[in-house]
Design a protein around this ligand. Structure first.
Ligand code: IMP
Ligand code: MG
Length: 188
């Protein structure tokens, strides 16, 4: 079954392709294998793996990644909002964590869609620092050049342009696309 040949809309009005669906799928599988290996290597700690997806952008990546890791894992989500113009990251990050979340002794993997400035991930790392987690790591599907906060795992390094699809939106649009596209009239 040619599951990988879902059409990537090259239709007028659709964002042009930056990273095709097949490339996203391949990279997510690689990331999953690498994360699983690293987790297995820490088996002596017996730490439970927890994926903490960052909503809304990382919902699709988290869903694909947890299957690619192929290990028993808890999946939960943090909601992160930064206020500002649609295509700019603002300085203020608000976080909502599940109230019952207990990370003590766990191997926590924060799952981000894109590191732009890295402020969101920085705020999340600060917030989790006192959680008692045994390991805190982060994976991001995309990383832009100006990000100042690092992630242990990076899917793709991209140029400083506004991207949508595979969970990422502009003002709520384009999250459903199976590929990563970019928007024209890029003023950044
Ligand atoms: P940061 O805090 O500057 O790293 O920005 C991170 C957040 O801004 C991401 O989690 C996204 O939600 C959003 N963001 C940054 N760049 C883009 C983009 O190119 N497309 C869609 N959302 C973006
Ligand atoms: Mg996000």
């Amino acid at each position: 079954m040619a599951r990988e040949s879902i059409p990537e809309p090259d239709q007028p009005g659709y964002p042009p392709v930056l990273i095709p669906e097949v490339a996203v799928r391949r990279r997510v599988r690689e990331l999953g294998r690498g994360i699983a290996r690293a987790h297995d290597a820490r088996k002596q700690d017996d730490a439970q793996l927890v994926l903490l997806g960052v909503l809304n952008g990382a919902f699709m990546f988290t869903a694909d990644l947890v299957r690619a890791i192929d290990r028993p894992a808890i999946v939960d989500f943090i909601r992160a909002r930064s206020y500002g113009a649609a295509r700019a990251s603002s300085g203020t990050v608000t976080l909502e964590l599940p109230p019952e979340l207990d990370l003590a002794g766990k191997h926590v993997l924060v799952v981000e869609d894109v590191l732009d400035t890295g402020r969101t991930l920085g705020a999340i790392r600060d917030r989790l620092a006192a959680s008692g987690a045994a390991v805190i790591e982060a994976v991001t599907l995309l990383r832009k050049p100006k990000a100042t906060v690092g992630a242990e795992y990076i899917g793709f390094e991209i140029d400083d342009r506004f991207v949508v699809g595979y969970g990422l939106d502009e003002a709520g649009r384009w999250r459903h696309l199976p590929y990563v596209g970019y928007l024209d009239d890029d003023v950044r």
